[in-house]
Design a protein around this ligand. Structure first.
Ligand SMILES: [Zn+2]
Ligand SMILES: [Zn+2]
Ligand SMILES: [Zn+2]
Ligand SMILES: [Zn+2]
Length: 332
């Protein structure tokens, strides 16, 4: 089984950690987690690993892997700090989907194992010169940090770095010069919302090549794409200008049905406009229409929601799911 977790890390009598493939039969080793004696197994069927000499009921390969990985990672970081070396880190950003790179030790001057923060105790904490925790590394084998822990990190401007381990062979990930964790909640391109401290999301215009429902003249139709529904009324004058510079015609219109005026896509030829109700269903969600996306800035999913539309309203759900399904189909 590829994903079977074996005891692959042992401790020497001098408390050094060693990988089973580098261990030799004539030395003695102990379990890094429960400290009981290990025997080395180098057979043909399985990769080299250790086993307890006698049953150790409270020890699991998962807990030993967790302990071994975080200790080796801590030692690697400590070594870089001692030598004054940068430690490069790469991650695929969950916020913007780009690959970001940086030096994990740009501001860090100390590293601590199991640093007690009161509400939580991260596996590894990085502290700056003033003793403030600036980043934490969580090694996840079975237990994920809770939502409230992640929220605590966000509020206190602590960057969480997560390693998610599925096999004892994940220890080999520490052999590379650079760190490649599975998740880092840090985006170097998106701004943070000053109100809630979460990252803002990209706000884009989706423009489709359609035709007027009345006179059938070609017509560019625009909607706002963000991870929440924002209608055209949320656009600033400058943003409306961007749409209109790209061939759209947004104009304030009065709806007799809704007894209100709103910004709507208007036909340049016959001056008829597309009601809010039909914008997603008849235009934006039509997969056959050619489209372009234009970045117009950032918005916060929690603080910049259009107050007219509640998140639970059917219009909200249909509009955002339409937009999301379209983007999925386009592979975005
Ligand atoms: Zn053990
Ligand atoms: Zn990013
Ligand atoms: Zn916010
Ligand atoms: Zn028309």
């Amino acid at each position: 089984m590829a994903n079977e977790i074996l005891y692959s890390i042992g401790e020497t009598p001098l408390k050094d950690l060693i990988n089973a493939k580098d261990a030799d039969k004539n030395s003695s080793y102990f379990c890094p987690d429960c400290k009981q004696p290990f025997i080395l197994r180098k057979g043909l069927k399985k990769r080299p690993h250790f086993a307890h000499k006698s049953i150790s009921p409270n020890c699991t390969p998962e807990s030993a892997l967790h302990y071994g990985f975080k200790t080796l990672l801590h030692n690697k970081i400590q070594h870089h700090l001692d030598q004054n070396l940068p430690l490069n880190i790469h991650w695929k950003c969950a916020i913007c989907n780009d690959i970001h790179k940086g030096n994990l030790l740009k501001k860090a001057t100390q590293v601590r194992l199991e640093h007690d923060l009161g509400i939580c105790c991260p596996d590894i904490a990085l502290l700056d010169k003033d003793g403030k925790v600036i980043a934490v590394i969580e090694v996840i084998v079975t237990h994920k940090p809770s939502e409230s822990t992640i929220e605590y990190y966000t509020k206190n401007k602590i960057t969480p770095v997560l390693y998610i381990l599925n096999s004892d062979q994940d220890v080999d990930r520490l052999n590379h010069d650079d760190l490649k964790p599975d998740r880092v909640d840090l985006c170097t391109t998106h701004p943070k919302c000053p109100k809630c401290n979460h990252y803002k999301q990209k706000k884009q215009l989706i423009i489709v090549d359609a035709s007027c429902w009345k006179c059938h003249s070609p017509m560019k139709v625009v909607a706002v794409q963000s991870n929440m529904h924002m209608d055209l009324n949320s656009l600033s004058t400058d943003e409306i200008q961007i749409a209109n510079d790209n061939g759209c015609f947004l104009k304030k219109q009065y709806s007799n049905i809704e007894k209100a005026s709103y910004v709507a896509n208007t036909c340049k030829k016959c001056n008829r406009f597309i009601g809010e109700h039909y914008l997603f269903s008849d235009y934006i969600s039509d997969p056959d229409l050619d489209r372009q996306l234009i970045d117009i800035g950032f918005s916060c999913p929690d603080c910049d929601t259009n107050p007219k539309l509640q998140k639970s309203s059917p219009e909200y759900t249909s509009a955002s799911s339409f937009a999301n399904s379209i983007l999925k189909r386009m592979g975005m």
